[in-house]
Design a protein around this ligand. Structure first.
Ligand code: MG
Ligand code: MG
Length: 269
């Protein structure tokens, strides 16, 4: 696959960073607002207002007909949940995925929030999923391949008794929300395209507590686990630079907000 057409200059990477940091800011606003009883539609409205206030646009709204700014996927929902009347409950895990386009450049990130009262099993699922993403970013670098990335995440997750979703994958991004290459959360070492400097990808492990199989609900969007057990999802927009993998999105503002929200539990508790 010819990825050279998708390599970004330093200035272009900085433009994507601005978009990715706006996504981080949106996730932090959601982290401030989330509490038992709040309808997911209200979180979506808050996200849209935040994005528009910067002069940016939600990337997901209207994408293939998706009706909202955020994907909000609770408990057994893996990804692509549509915000609506559902009110957050104690003990939920709530995956919030956000994309923006700002001055022509896309950013994309996701975080799974743990609402107070969640059982330990859910917390461990979230911790393992977040660790798989963060450790993969530290492990990979220029010269490694997409297969190395997928293999790392798969091995990390499966060695702890969880499974990775295979039907949905990470992706390149920049001028478009989804560009080549695909970035699966499974793979074989040394296989697939080489991570070259200038490539920008979204790495997004989707990890199930039970089996890896998923199905799509009748709303034609929400992907849920086939066995009904919980699933978690974390995503960073990442640039490949001479230093290694550099996250362009940041969870720091998100985790700061979580610590100040009495209804949320930190992933690293
Ligand atoms: Mg995303
Ligand atoms: Mg993505």
């Amino acid at each position: 696959m010819l990825l050279s057409a998708y390599l970004k200059t330093h200035q272009e990477i900085e433009a994507i960073r601005r978009s990715a940091l706006l996504v981080s800011e949106v996730l932090a606003r959601v982290a401030e607002a989330i509490r038992p009883g709040i309808p997911t539609a209200q979180l979506d409205q808050l996200a849209e207002e935040t994005i528009l206030s910067y002069g940016a646009k939600p990337a997901f709204k209207g994408y293939n007909g998706f009706p909202a700014t955020l994907c909000i996927s609770v408990n057994e929902a893996v990804v692509h949940g549509i915000p609506g009347k559902y009110e957050i409950r104690e003990g939920d895990i709530v995956s919030v995925d956000c994309g923006v386009v700002w001055e022509g450049w896309y950013g994309d990130a996701a975080y799974t929030f743990i609402v107070q009262g969640a059982e330990n099993k859910k917390m461990e699922l979230c911790r393992t999923t977040l660790e798989s993403l963060e450790k993969c970013i530290n492990f990979a670098g220029p010269g490694k391949t997409i297969g190395d990335v997928g293999h790392f995440i798969q091995k990390y997750v499966e060695s702890r008794g969880y499974s990775v979703v295979r039907e949905l994958v990470g992706h390149g991004l920049g001028r478009q929300l989804h560009e080549p290459p695909e970035v699966p959360n499974f793979g074989q070492p040394g296989k697939g395209p080489v991570l070259r400097e200038g490539l920008v990808i979204a790495i997004e492990p989707m990890v199930n507590q039970g089996k890896r199989f998923v199905k799509t609900l009748s709303d034609n969007w929400t992907v849920v686990t086939a066995d009904g057990l919980p699933s978690a999802h974390y995503e960073h927009t990442v640039a490949i630079t001479e230093k290694g993998l550099t996250p362009l999105s940041s969870f720091s503002p998100v985790e700061k907000a979580i610590c100040q929200n009495p209804y949320l539990l930190p992933v690293y508790g």
